[in-house]
Design a protein around this ligand. Structure first.
Ligand SMILES: [Zn+2]
Length: 188
């Protein structure tokens, strides 16, 4: 599939999800058997860990279609970036979706600030630039969108594997926003 075909497939799958018409293909024993020798997921989804955001459902995708990395706030830290690099360099994934979502708790915590302990402080430090960029008094969901967009820039700046793949046209990174209520994914 080409990059535009992949994006269309994600859009079509999301449309089925929004309309409660999931096909649920490629989720059976035959599909498992087919993939024991290897995987070639067409897209990478960097999603929040929020239990209400389920990428395989949101895009009506089956086993082996999506390489999903989940971390609170969908941030590009060393571990999530390394996982993305693996899929780009070794699995041939062509589209990277950075999937922020409505009412994200991690983004809300970053906006509120304060001391949340070593580990969470470290994670939230990846979101702080989006809080600053969105400006004083910005709505949480605007910071979420800004965070998804800045995460794209972060990936490009911090990963030569991702940057080279994007610059050569082999990979496209798409910031996106998931609506908790409708289930719709907006590509930003
Ligand atoms: Zn979240």
């Amino acid at each position: 599939m080409t990059i535009s075909e992949i994006k269309q497939r994600l859009t079509d799958g999301n449309g089925r999800f929004v309309n409660d018409q999931l096909e649920g293909n490629l989720q059976d024993g035959a599909r498992r058997d087919e993939l024991t020798g290897g995987q070639a997921p067409y897209a990478i989804i960097l999603s929040c860990a929020d239990s209400r955001v389920v990428p395989e459902l949101a895009f009506d995708a089956g086993i082996g279609e999506l390489f999903v990395i989940r971390v609170a706030g969908n941030v590009a830290n060393s571990s999530s970036l390394a996982s993305i690099e693996y899929a780009v360099a070794h699995l041939g994934s062509k589209v990277i979706v950075v999937l922020g979502h409505q009412s994200c708790g991690a983004v809300t915590a970053a906006v509120q600030g304060g001391n949340n302990g070593y580990n969470l402080n470290h994670l939230l430090s990846h979101i702080t630039p989006a809080v600053a960029a969105a400006g004083e008094g910005a709505e949480i969901n605007d910071v979420v969108k800004k965070n998804a967009m800045l995460t794209v820039d972060d990936m490009m700046a911090r990963s030569s594997i991702v940057r080279n793949a994007v610059e050569s046209g082999d990979v496209e990174i798409v910031p996106a926003y998931y609506n908790l209520d409708s289930g719709r994914v907006d590509f930003l």
